[in-house]
Design a protein around this ligand. Structure first.
Ligand code: BES
Ligand code: MN
Ligand code: ZN
Length: 490
């Protein structure tokens, strides 16, 4: 999508979009002299019961010269995120409409910061236009995207600059969505690393440990998950230091199970294809690194992706196996389908030993129980630090990637005691998301502020949302970007 900013409406053919605040009269956006068009707009809005609600749209045609022009009224509501959602709603409406060019005219509506508002339209439009059509060789012409250009009028001087920041975030979201949407025969540990190698062009330093290096480091828990797969595991480490060595690093750690069959504790066939997106945590970390590097964030961040495929097979680990993690703690693997925590624990130990971060945030599609608890509206947040938890909750609200905090404590920790090893990898069904978090906490070293985001319900959408089509959402990128901007750049 080509995005441009302008001071006045261009010449020629295009669909004109007029943003309308909640309760405002849409006809007032047209010149008083143009009474015919004003009448049509008034009747169309009334007939459609349009009241400027966020993201609501009305399509109509008004006479112009000897022809007609397509006009879309779009509601911006009265809340703070109305512009972005309005930009997205316009694209949802027009992407495959046959229209190629959209002009959004902000002049004449009251906005506190026109440059920021203009950039938000661009952000909403670009985020909502993302699709993954690479494997569709027979898409009917009418189903193909037609919209290629968006011109935003009235953002003033600072619009380009405001957009360049949001554009970086949108590019990070798109990168995450691509990684998540790709099937598991295309994205597996090594190919995930290859796609991320493109980030070196932005100044991200990349390192990848192969299985030999991980064995050397003692990552028995991660390698136990990987041993049933023909694909080699990787630990991908991406480093962005925008502080020029003046700041301690913060670590983002992502669960990157490129396919989760469950292993020997195999999952049922129905819906198993969803487990291609069991690398959504790692995908979010990679997308966040891209966003931070593209906008030259002043933060110092280490992004670690624990990449494995969880398969059954003659060499797969068995229920009851005891593995030794890099931390030295032993784990009885009761259920090979509780593999996420096994790969995260070694990634967390590795990053603590190597980079001594004082803050670690892990993201993982860790438990089905999280979806039972929170559905698809919030990611689950678990933390040993009220301050970090509050920072993340605030970033969640501000970015739209919402979070909800859940409790932790010794009584939950007891649920994973094992009769043979230091712990087992599953507790009872009850509080399944919390006992998973307690498991990870056992690998967090003294003095480290840690948060775990269980994003199982957020990575993939069965139906379109305000800023995404059905499929990969890119959840987590906007959250981590906001968290970094508000807490790591001062
Ligand atoms: N990747 C799954 C969790 C998941 C399930 C994410 C559905 C998204 C949608 C995870 O590895 C898993 O299998 N968890 C088990 C844990 C159980 C064995 C304790 C689960 O949630 O059933
Ligand atoms: Mn699993
Ligand atoms: Zn999994």
């Amino acid at each position: 999508m080509l995005v441009r900013f302008a001071t006045s409406r261009p010449e020629g053919a295009y669909t004109l979009a007029l943003p309308i605040a909640a309760g405002a009269a849409p006809a007032d956006r047209l010149p008083p002299s143009d009474s015919a068009a004003r009448g049509i707009v008034r009747s169309a809005a009334e007939a459609a019961r349009f009241e400027g609600e966020t993201g609501a749209t009305v399509d109509l045609f008004i006479p112009e010269g000897s022809g007609v022009r397509r006009l879309v009224l779009v509601g911006v509501g009265s809340g703070p995120d109305g512009h972005e959602r309005a930009g997205a709603a316009l694209v949802a409406r027009l992407l495959t409409s046959g229209e190629t060019r959209l002009v959004i005219d902000l002049t004449g509506i009251a906005v506190a910061d026109p440059a920021e508002a203009a950039a938000k339209y661009a952000s909403g439009a670009v985020l909502r236009s993302w699709r993954h059509d690479v494997y569709r060789t027979k898409l009917a012409p009418k189903a193909r995207p037609s919209l290629t250009e968006i011109v935003i009028v009235g953002g003033g001087e600072g619009a380009e600059a405001a957009w360049s920041r949001l554009e970086a975030v949108a590019a990070g979201v798109a990168f995450t969505r691509e990684l998540v949407a790709e099937p598991a025969n295309i994205i597996y540990p090594e190919s995930f690393v290859e796609r991320c190698e493109a980030l070196t062009a932005l100044g991200v330093k990349i390192e990848a440990l192969d299985e030999a290096a991980m064995r050397e480091a003692g990552m028995g828990a991660l390698l136990g998950v990987s041993q049933g797969s023909a694909r080699e595991a990787r630990l991908l480490v991406m480093r962005w230091d925008g502080s020029d060595g003046t700041k301690d690093p913060v670590a983002f750690v992502g669960k990157g199970v490129t396919f989760d069959t469950g292993g020997i504790s195999i999952k049922p066939a129905a819906g198993m294809e969803d487990m291609k997106w069991d690398m959504g945590g790692a995908g979010a970390v990679a997308g966040a690194m891209k966003a931070l590097a593209m906008r030259k964030s002043k933060a110092h961040v280490i992004g670690v992706c624990a990449l494995v495929e969880n398969m059954p097979g003659g060499n797969a680990q068995r229920p009851g196996d005891v593995v030794t993690s890099m931390s030295g703690q032993t784990i009885e693997v009761i259920n090979t389908d509780a593999e996420g925590r096994l790969v995260l624990c070694d990634a967390i130990t590795w990053v603590q030993r190597r980079y001594k971060p004082r803050t670690i945030i892990d993201l993982a599609t860790l438990t089905g129980a999280m979806i039972i608890a929170l559905g698809h509206e919030h990611g689950g947040l678990f933390s040993n630090s009220d301050e970090l938890a509050d920072q993340l909750l605030a970033a969640g609200k501000a970015s739209g990637d919402a979070l909800w905090r859940l409790p932790m404590g010794d009584a939950y920790d007891k649920l994973i005691e094992s009769p043979i090893a230091d712990m087992k990898n599953v507790g009872p069904r009850d509080a399944g998301s919390i006992s998973a978090a307690q498991f990870i906490l056992r690998f967090v070293e003294e003095g480290v502020n840690w948060a775990h985001l269980d994003i199982a319900g957020m990575v993939w959408a069965a139906k379109p949302g305000p800023l995404w089509d059905k499929g990969a959402t890119g959840y987590g990128v906007r959250l981590l970007d906001r968290f970094a901007a508000d807490n790591l750049e001062g």
